[in-house]
Design a protein around this ligand. Sequence first.
Ligand SMILES: [Zn+2]
Length: 305
Amino acid sequence: MPEQKIEAYLPAAPRSIFLEKQIKAALEGKIIIETSWEKYFTGKYSWHGDHIEGFDKLPSHTVIFADASFVLTDKGALISFGCMDGGLRFFQKDETVSLPKISKSESHGYHAKIFFGDGSCCGFVLYGWATMFKLYDVNINRVDKSKISKSEKFPFLPKPPIDVNDDEDFTLENFRKWLSINPGANIIENCATAKGAFKIDNPMMNYLLLVSKIHPRTKTRALDDDEIKILFENTKQLVNEYKSGTRVCDHTDIYGKTEPAHNDITRMTAAVLGKPCPICGASVDATPAAGSKMYFCPNCQKIKK
Ligand SMILES: [Zn+2]
């Protein structure tokens, strides 16, 4: 069988950091006893299909890896999934398995459920273009366990060029190396966005550029060594603060609990346009980049050409 290209819909940090920790602890080591794929809403069309090939064959598999994007079993079944906030849910034994039903006229709605031997259940809410659920066969035997990264991801799982969860990968040297590949690109595109080094969302990356005093559209080659080092160190520090829980972004956890933001950053979104910069008080401005809008402070962040 030819090698399959694994598609991934990776939720961006910081939300992924919180989901990953919970889902890993909840699923790894559990034996699957039943699965169900159910259409709960009929819209105009679908792209998930009324049947997921192989999903009903999962009973007797054991989950050996789980994070915010993947569930992998000992027999080589790999689920790649993407859910909206609150769409990934875990239910303990004796809890009623009740998943949110989202109705969008243009899209069918589906629930995928995986039941485990200890009476718990993991559920996925799927609808619309921004969710996905795919099943792949992977050859577990070709995994060299000694090469598994510190973040314990398997080598065949797609990941961003620099994995911020892996201290061995997320180094200043690797960051500089990545930036040297495409020195003509704007720094925001070289860091976040689909072409960027990190899987960090734009509002968080633009906050990191603000505190590093770098304009999002500064060309990468215009940055000096110190500026790159400061951006790297700020990114590392912020990621570590989310990992340790000293900062929390608002999100729905896998138990359905809404976690409010705690000690969170100022997310640079349309909501802060025209509002005072959290550092100097000047009005936040916007600039187009990477097919989107990037928010920045015209006083703290001067563009370098
Ligand atoms: Zn400012």
